[in-house]
Design a protein around this ligand. Sequence first.
Ligand SMILES: Nc1ncnc2c1ncn2[C@@H]1O[C@H](COP(=O)(O)OP(=O)(O)OP(=O)(O)O)[C@@H](O)[C@H]1O
Ligand SMILES: [Mg+2]
Length: 243
Amino acid sequence: MEIFRIENLMVKYGEKVALKNIDLIIQRGEIFALMGPSGAGKTTLLRILNLFEKPTDGCLVFEGKRLNGTHTEKLNARRKMSLLFQTPSVFNASVFENVAYGLKIRGADKDTIEEKVINALTIVGLEGNERQKARTLSGGEAQRMAFARAIVYDPDILLLDEPTSNLDPANVAKIEEIIMRIRSERGTTIVFATHNIRQVKRIADRVGILLNGELIEVNSKERIFAAPEDARTKAFVNGEMIY
Ligand SMILES: Nc1ncnc2c1ncn2[C@@H]1O[C@H](COP(=O)(O)OP(=O)(O)OP(=O)(O)O)[C@@H](O)[C@H]1O
Ligand SMILES: [Mg+2]
């Protein structure tokens, strides 16, 4: 069943075209990887899905409803999603406070907050670090804390912008495990941007290849790597693309 549908979308910043001719359907419960060179438009597309960015042209259909931009509609949709930024921000407070934030703004009570924060920290392997100042976490730990913050309110959709860049292999493996676990336990729909081809092979169901703001191919992981339809996809996944 489809959860997102993008129709003929274009995003322009002044004269600069960041995305164009985008048609894409994301299915509920799938793990969808967005790949493409730096500047191709991956982050912009995630921001469109998250309703942070308004399309210059075209539209986004979420759960069968065309989002025409009424404030309440957007807010309700956004509450079901969580976007983990490329460079996660860390508040100058404890790990617990950092993770609790999303629940507090949703008005959760104290007991629920306590329970869900501990649960999220356990999932990312940071149980016991609640009282630590978040700013003193290592890079890998900070990334896992940001992940806990993204999943703490059980979003239906998790949008991840390069969730494992700058991590060592052990932390990469942990994050990938968490992604798989969240999807199988909660049926969460996951869309992630990455430069890591092996990661896509390990965890994605389907892949979209972005090039210069255009989605040149969307296909199953198997097809993308074994029998791509577009010659540029082949060049990209084989690391032969010059950019
Ligand atoms: N707010 C903005 N104003 C102007 N240009 C922007 C803005 N946001 C993005 N762009 C441009 O749009 C293009 C796509 O950017 P985007 O961040 O989506 O790329 P990306 O695929 O995520 O790249 P990377 O892999 O480096 O993160 C880039 O050329 C970028 O400079
Ligand atoms: Mg980006």
